[in-house]
Design a protein. Structure first.
Length: 95
């Protein structure tokens, strides 16, 4: 399964701390014991409906996700418990 995080912030070599919480969220998949997953990140302008099986976005981007097949919508993008709960539900439903 491909998971695409759509975010305007993500660490880069030039700005390694920019959006570090987005990078840290990827660890939630490992914590849940979910394997066989390819995780990518993208800006909204570069994301397309066929880019992934599951899209993870913050609530502020909800209006832009209607064309995506399966979306995990986060009310608080900094909340690891919310992310873990919603990822677990999405992966349980996919099996």
């Amino acid at each position: 399964m491909k998971v695409l995080y759509i975010t305007t912030m993500y660490p880069t070599p030039v700005y390694p701390q920019k959006g570090i919480f987005c990078h840290e969220q990827v660890k939630a998949l490992k914590k849940l014991g979910i394997s066989g997953v390819e995780v990518m990140h993208s800006s909204l302008s570069d994301a397309s409906a066929n880019a992934a099986d599951l899209f993870v976005v913050g609530g502020d981007l909800e209006n832009f996700t209607h064309s995506f097949p399966k979306v995990v919508l986060l009310e608080n993008i900094m909340s690891m418990p919310e992310l873990e709960e919603k990822l677990k539900k999405a992966f349980d439903e996919a099996q």
